[in-house]
Write a protein that binds this ligand. Structure first.
Ligand SMILES: Nc1ncnc2c1ncn2[C@@H]1O[C@H](COP(=O)(O)OP(=O)(O)OP(=O)(O)O)[C@@H](O)[C@H]1O
Ligand SMILES: [Mg+2]
Length: 228
């Protein structure tokens, strides 16, 4: 599903974030990206939803090379990718329901469909009763669950998450991880950058460690033994 071939990313100011990375992630995998601050994790994630474009190499998602994608093709590809951030990026003047519904209006679904989809996904993340609340009325964990719902409502085949538990206490973080695990079990590929060593160690998933823009280690399941 994801294939990076000899990918380098150099930012316009000359900062080299990724150097000749090759990586394959199969459909249905759950992969953690770990590594020190500045290693290149967020850059790698951004290449996957074409927030950034590789300077060299190829980035395939479902056999589409994002490096060569024409601007007008970007929305169609993004529709298939859910994105979750550390800071929740919810619209503060919209309710929980409206925040999740919004992404569907954009792609032109009808009202009836949107209502049914939104209610279903809010039930899945355990927020059925909070649909009329505003983000400011929710806890951090609840806000992140709204983001998970928003990322999933168009049924993406890939979910990318950049430190989704970074602003949450460990107990709340585990709630989000259970949700991501459940989504993965339903067939969505998950790629998550994180500093949360405890979560990585306990979840027993594939771990890709990035170091100075290169892949320093790639496990396939099994306990993650190394520090980062
Ligand atoms: N927009 C940008 N312009 C210039 N340089 C950038 C930009 N974004 C990131 N970088 C540089 O690219 C390198 C990798 O950054 P990146 O954000 O990918 O690291 P990271 O592994 O996500 O770090 P962290 O754990 O702190 O989030 C760093 O040296 C950073 O300074
Ligand atoms: Mg980062």
């Amino acid at each position: 599903m994801i294939k990076l071939r000899n990918v380098s990313k150099i930012y316009p100011n000359g900062a080299r974030a990724l150097s000749n990375i090759s990586l394959e992630i199969a459909k249905g995998e759950f992969v953690f990206l770990v590594g020190q601050s500045g290693a290149g994790k967020s850059t790698l994630i951004k290449l996957l939803y074409r927030e950034e474009i590789a300077t060299r190499g190829q980035v395939f998602i479902d056999n589409i090379n994002l490096v060569r994608l024409k601007p007008h093709q970007v929305p169609k590809v993004r529709r298939n990718i859910g994105v979750i951030f550390q800071d929740f990026k919810l619209l503060p003047t919209k309710t929980v329901f409206e925040n999740v519904a919004f992404a569907q209006h954009v792609i032109g679904k009808n009202k009836h469909e949107i209502k049914a989809n939104t209610e279903n996904i809010l039930e899945l993340v355990g927020l059925g009763k909070k649909k009329d609340s505003f983000p400011s009325e929710l806890s951090g964990g609840e806000q992140q669950r709204v983001c998970v719902a928003r990322a999933l409502v168009n049924h993406p085949s890939l979910l990318v998450a950049d430190e989704p538990t970074g602003n949450l206490d460990i107990e709340t973080a585990w709630g989000i991880m259970e949700l991501l695990n459940q989504i993965n079990r339903l067939g969505t590929t998950v790629v998550m950058a994180t500093h949360a060593l405890q979560i990585v160690q306990q979840m027993n998933k594939r771990v890709v460690r990035v170091e100075e823009g290169k892949i320093a280690e790639d496990t396939s399941g099994g306990a993650y033994r190394f520090g980062f």
